[in-house]
Design a protein around this ligand. Structure first.
Ligand SMILES: NC(=O)c1ccc[n+]([C@@H]2O[C@H](COP(=O)([O-])OP(=O)(O)OC[C@H]3O[C@@H](n4cnc5c(N)ncnc54)[C@H](OP(=O)(O)O)[C@@H]3O)[C@@H](O)[C@H]2O)c1
Length: 326
């Protein structure tokens, strides 16, 4: 089978398109013919060896995967063969086949395309966990999403809108702001300008800002926190800008505001039973027509390295998806 392999940490251009033996499903596993793989900023960091946990070399990048079951290992119901499943795997999504424990796979909801399914688990579970469990978002509240044109950002817009929020989407380019608008943002903000706090105040026109969803960090975080209304919540999701910001704590005191960490990965490792609850709720929301994920057109495996580079270079828009078969 064809697979993209990381044989040395470095830039995505160093990834190797390899011919590898097809995996054989072990007891309890299913073998998927991979249809699509979703990529995110973290996958690019893994290739650089720059994520907090380094993957041992060589490895096949990509953790979000959707595919058809072609065979099953001992102890797995053969009725699964032919069905379409999605999963979050420890690695290995950028390959034509992947063997995964059946227990970590979920049937793709009716009406969800492979492109959407491949990008659904990480960004949407993080958003639902962030808004519902960490931020206690209530209908009618106002949310500012930073990095709103990125993969975590567009999902946050969709989930916040489904929960009844008013969403202001902040992004640095017109393409990303257009993607945020297409995803349902009520208002968009160019936060690449120095005085974006003033521009946000003009947009809000007196409306209180209740929550900030922050997958970006760097210099954006403190400014966003300063924009919060009293009793606001700032959800710390990630640091795509590279710099981990520091916050003067008097701001939290003066605003009676909260800074809440949204470590969805850590949460489901500590409470594995919670992941089916989050994903089950999201699948039900999708089937009820409450979520409207916008799929980016999938590109082939040969283009995966440039997709990963675009994530590192701040050029990626929406949720990038690699198509491996149809
Ligand atoms: N907490 C969790 O459970 C969880 C789960 C998944 C991902 N994450 C984290 O969320 C963050 C975003 O991931 P993603 O997949 O959405 O990435 P993405 O698609 O690349 O989006 C990140 C956005 O950050 C902004 N950004 C600002 N400075 C940047 C820079 N120097 N380089 C790259 N982007 C920059 C960009 O928007 P503008 O150009 O508009 O500024 C970009 O669109 C990552 O840090 C990831 O680790 C956290």
């Amino acid at each position: 089978m064809k697979a993209l392999q990381c044989v040395a940490y470095g830039e995505p251009s160093g990834l190797v398109l390899a011919d590898l033996p097809e995996p054989v499903p072990a007891p309890g596993e299913v073998l998927l013919r991979v249809e699509a793989a979703g990529l995110g900023f973290v996958d690019a960091l893994h290739v650089r060896g720059a994520y907090q946990v380094k993957r041992p070399l060589p490895f096949i990048p990509g953790t979000e995967v959707v595919g058809r079951v072609v065979s099953v290992g001992a102890g797995v119901d053969p009725a699964l063969i032919g069905g379409r499943l999605m999963a979050l795997s420890p690695a290995g999504a950028l390959a034509e086949r992947i063997a995964l424990p059946a227990a970590i796979c979920t049937p793709v909801p009716a009406g969800m395309s492979p492109e959407v399914a491949a990008g659904f688990i990480v960004s949407y579970c993080t958003a639902l966990y962030g808004f519902q469990d960490c931020g206690a978002l209530r209908p009618g509240e106002c949310v500012l999403v930073l990095g709103a044109g990125g993969s975590v950002g567009v999902a946050a817009i969709d989930v916040a809108k489904a929960m009844g929020a008013h969403v202001v989407a902040a992004a640095s380019s017109e393409r990303k702001r257009d993607a945020a608008k297409a995803q349902g943002a009520d208002q968009v903000l160019d936060y690449s300008v120095p005085d974006w706090r003033r521009a946000l105040a003009a947009l809000l026109a007196g409306r209180a800002l209740d929550l900030v969803y922050d997958p970006v960090g760097g210099g954006f975080s403190e400014t966003a926190f300063r924009c919060l209304a009293p009793r606001g919540r700032h959800l710390v999701v990630g640091f795509a800008a590279g710099e981990i910001p520091k916050l003067p704590l008097n701001l939290a005191l003066l605003k009676r505001a909260s800074l809440v960490g949204v470590d969805w990965g850590g949460y489901i490792r500590a409470h594995p039973a919670e992941q089916p609850r989050l994903l089950g709720r999201l699948c039900a929301m999708f089937e009820a027509g409450e979520l409207h994920p916008v799929a980016t057109p999938g590109v082939g495996l040969a283009e995966a390295a440039s997709v990963l580079q675009a994530l590192l270079d701040r050029r990626s828009v929406g949720k990038p998806v690699i198509r491996l078969s149809s």
